[in-house]
Design a protein around this ligand. Structure first.
Ligand code: NZQ
Ligand code: ZN
Length: 396
């Protein structure tokens, strides 16, 4: 029986600059003589003025732009940015956007200086999975709180031709700085606000809903983030409610959900994310909307393995206490139901039918997991292909 926090090393080098009117701080954060490439997505940052504010902050620095990084960024698009950097020579990258742009820039920053074919930065049957030993420096301006990519070193990239959505991470792919202006969220539509709340919630759950090892700080920090999301979620998804305090709490909770503060030295799962990535790849469903479907089913199918933590989750997060006259299993089932109701209340799907999928879609999803070598995942490495099939089936 594992007991006590595991050995760990932890370092997060990203400087966070948080608050109102902080984009101007870019002028102090990027070297004066840097030649800067600004990377962004489908155009929201131009439409809402963020791009212009970034350009103003860059002052007299030489700069150019690379737009068109799509949601769920593709290797095929990003490699064009790598080629541009190799041809034109930039020494600082600036990501302006949500998780997709930031993830994309991590790949571009590493790919531009990678010795060999950048595809080999990835494993999972796509490349050789070679270590990333260097990257160009980069900063970010966050416009969508959800992934915490602004304060971690993960990058998730979609390979259109090879049909894979996979990630890499390196100590060299942390942003040097990230600008977090909560007011940037005021232009987000309800669906993206809900995505942000749900993705953050499930990042915490992947690090929390495993088995207890007496890691009291990590547990209570995770429970605090979950309770914050439950409390503010309904207000956050009201797109017309531009309450600064609500959006500031939302933005900082999302960052804390996956900047690794809650996960050093504890078991983690991430199976919900792996099953979700296959749904995004096959059907183009938003990342968070796959998670709100998979997580409740995961809790039901893995109830025995996660029993102790599910009970703790019921009691501490949802306040379903010992004096409630419920059996332990009834408490767990009620907590799962409350989780589903929370997601549905934000307008997110919780079943296959909610996104027009059915049982005929399951075999292809399971085959893709095998093809991408996503087997024996979970906190104990015991999550089999049959478990994956059972989870997808429980989500019908
Ligand atoms: O492309 P533009 O025009 O900018 O529009 C975007 C996009 O269509 C729009 N948007 C962003 N900020 C906006 C805005 N619209 C109005 N106002 C604003 N302020 O929102 C849409 C979605 O953006 P995207 O960046 O795709 O969303 P998100 O931040 O949810 O990122 C999703 C990606 O991150 C990966 C996911 O797999 C997915 O590819 N993840 C990255 C993680 C990490 N790096 O640690 C962890 C996550 O689990 C996740 O896997
Ligand atoms: Zn996620």
């Amino acid at each position: 029986m594992e007991n006590g926090i595991r050995n760990f090393e932890f370092q997060n080098p990203t400087k966070i600059v948080f608050g109102k009117d902080q984009i101007k701080r870019i002028n102090d954060l990027i070297p004066q003589d840097a030649k800067v490439l600004i990377l962004y997505g489908g155009g929201s940052v131009k439409k809402f003025g963020t791009f212009d504010r970034v350009v103003e902050a860059l002052g007299n620095r030489e700069w150019a732009e690379f737009g068109g990084i799509e949601a769920n960024p593709t290797y095929e698009t990003l490699i064009q940015a790598v080629d541009k950097i190799k041809a034109e020579g930039y020494d600082y990258l600036l990501a302006v956007g949500g998780g997709s742009v930031i993830d994309g820039v991590k790949f571009v920053a590493a790919g531009a200086v990678f010795d060999g074919d950048p595809v080999d930065m990835f494993g999972s049957g796509v490349g050789k999975g070679l270590p990333v030993t260097k990257a160009l420096p980069f900063g970010t301006v966050l416009t969508l709180p959800a992934t915490a990519s602004e304060m971690n070193n993960n990058s998730v990239v979609t390979f259109v031709e090879k049909q894979a959505k996979i990630s890499f991470a390196s100590p060299h792919t942390y942003p040097q700085f990230s600008i977090l202006e909560p007011e940037a969220t005021y232009t987000l539509p309800k669906r993206q606000l809900a995505n942000g709340v749900i993705d953050s919630f499930i990042h915490v759950m992947e690090a929390y809903l495993t088995y207890p090892i007496e890691a009291k700080v990590q547990d209570r920090w995770a429970e605090g983030l979950l309770q914050t999301l439950i409390e503010i979620g309904p207000d956050v998804v009201d797109e017309d409610n531009h309450d600064y305090a609500t959006r500031a709490n939302f933005m900082w909770t999302a960052t804390n959900a996956l900047n690794r503060f809650i996960s050093p030295g504890v078991p983690q799962d991430w199976a919900t994310h792996q099953l979700g990535h296959e749904m995004t790849l096959a059907f183009g469903i938003d990342h968070a909307r796959t998670l709100s479907i998979v997580l409740p089913a995961m809790m039901k199918v893995r109830k025995q393995q996660k029993w102790d933590k599910l009970l703790q989750y019921a009691e501490r997060v949802w306040d379903i206490r010992g004096d409630s006259n419920l059996t332990d299993e009834e408490k767990i089932d009620l907590a799962i139901k409350k989780t589903e109701d929370f997601f549905a209340g934000l307008g997110a799907p919780i079943r296959f039918a909610d996104v027009d999928l059915d049982e005929t879609d399951i075999p292809g999803l399971v085959e893709a997991l095998v093809r991408h070598k996503k087997e024996n995942i979970s906190e104990r490495g015991d999550f089999t292909t049959e478990d994956a099939r059972a989870v997808y089936t429980a989500a019908l």
